[in-house]
Design a protein. Structure first.
Length: 347
């Protein structure tokens, strides 16, 4: 029963996000570095190779209604112009009102060398976004007959709202990243124009600007075993990082560490931040396991253990999968392969 009540409550939030002048929060991936173009446009082409990746997140599967998010991207680094170009597709879906948001965007980043070991990347992204919703399956209190226990009739809550609604708009993002081969720090801003996303004609429902800052440091732990074919030593390292997000009125901080024992990656994260009213905001503890193969294939799986009052038993936590393939496109002999690859987290 509690799960049904929680489900209805979350669906109500989704509905008001779709129709009224209220606040909303973008999808947040636990494996945010595995969704680089979504995290910061300045990461476009950051692998200094060609990269194709997909991400999928199933949020709170224990509830009666599903919340699913997915992302796919491809980017490529052009050495002759110190530039990265990319294409990204993002989507999310909430099942009750069939509320979905889809985005396709183009991104670009330029790499500037400040000194021998210090680099700066700046990037931008322009996207076309479309929101869709189908409200006929929603049930409101005015439609419930308490005496007979029946549901039906006409409700006034949907006045001015088409049952099958679509709305499209353009969106913009920018970002910057400063890094060496040991540390990195970046900032980004999404929804610069705070576009109107309301389904109701004449109503204004701005999509709040999202500001984020991410950074970290990487420590080498010495060499591992030597590959029989390539004669290269396997990497051993540990990285510590954070990702802070603020999207009015929400704010969130992820902090954690990843241990890389090539090809195995193990990670542990904590997501939480004290709220403005001084109440604890403990959202999740996240465990991650992944493999990073010499072929360029990276696969990661993470699970969010709900630490908030929603509870793991009710929510079912969150499952997330990322798959990425990185390869060199073109003749390496005609390209400057001494590029400085960002030491960011793999996931």
């Amino acid at each position: 029963m509690l799960r049904k009540v929680l489900g209805i409550f979350l669906i109500c939030i989704a509905f008001f996000r779709a129709t009224q002048d209220s606040y909303a929060q973008d999808t947040q991936y636990s494996q945010f570095y595995a969704a680089p173009l979504y995290l910061n446009p300045a990461l476009t082409g950051a692998s200094e190779m060609t990269r194709i990746g997909v991400n999928y997140r199933n949020q709170w599967p224990g509830l009666d209604q599903s919340f699913n998010s997915y992302s796919a991207y491809i980017d490529h680094y052009i050495f002759d112009y110190n530039s990265g170009i990319g294409l990204i597709f993002n989507g999310s879906q909430e099942s009750m009102a069939q509320l979905s948001t889809n985005e396709i965007g183009l991104s670009y980043a330029y790499r500037l060398q400040i000194s021998q070991d210090l680099f700066f990347r700046v990037g931008g992204q322009v996207s076309f976004m479309q929101r869709n919703a189908f409200f006929s399956d929603l049930v409101f209190g005015s439609q419930i007959d308490i005496i007979n226990g029946t549901v039906g009739g006409i409700t006034d809550e949907l006045n001015g709202v088409p049952l099958d609604s679509k709305y499209s708009f353009l969106d913009y993002a920018v970002g910057g990243l400063l890094y060496t081969d040991k540390y990195w720090f970046g900032v980004s801003a999404h929804h610069l124009s705070e576009p109107n996303r309301s389904f109701v004609e004449g109503q204004i429902s701005k999509l709040p600007m999202k500001l984020s800052a991410q950074g970290g440091v990487k420590f080498d732990l010495g060499h591992g075993g030597r590959d029989f074919f390539t004669h290269q030593y396997s990497e051993r390292s540990v990285s510590f990082a954070f990702n802070y997000k603020q999207q009015d009125p929400f704010s969130q901080l992820d902090v954690g560490a990843q241990l890389y024992l090539e090809p195995l990656v193990l990670g542990l994260w904590y997501r939480g931040l004290p709220s403005k009213n001084s109440l604890p905001n403990n959202e999740a503890i996240i465990g991650l396991v992944g493999v990073s193969l010499p072929s360029g294939l990276d696969i990661g799986y993470s699970y969010d253990v709900t630490a908030s009052k929603l509870g793991l038993k009710n929510s079912g936590g969150a499952h997330e999968i990322s798959i990425r393939y990185t390869f060199l496109w073109g003749d390496p002999k005609s390209r400057n392969q001494r590029g400085r690859v960002i030491p960011c987290f793999k996931y």
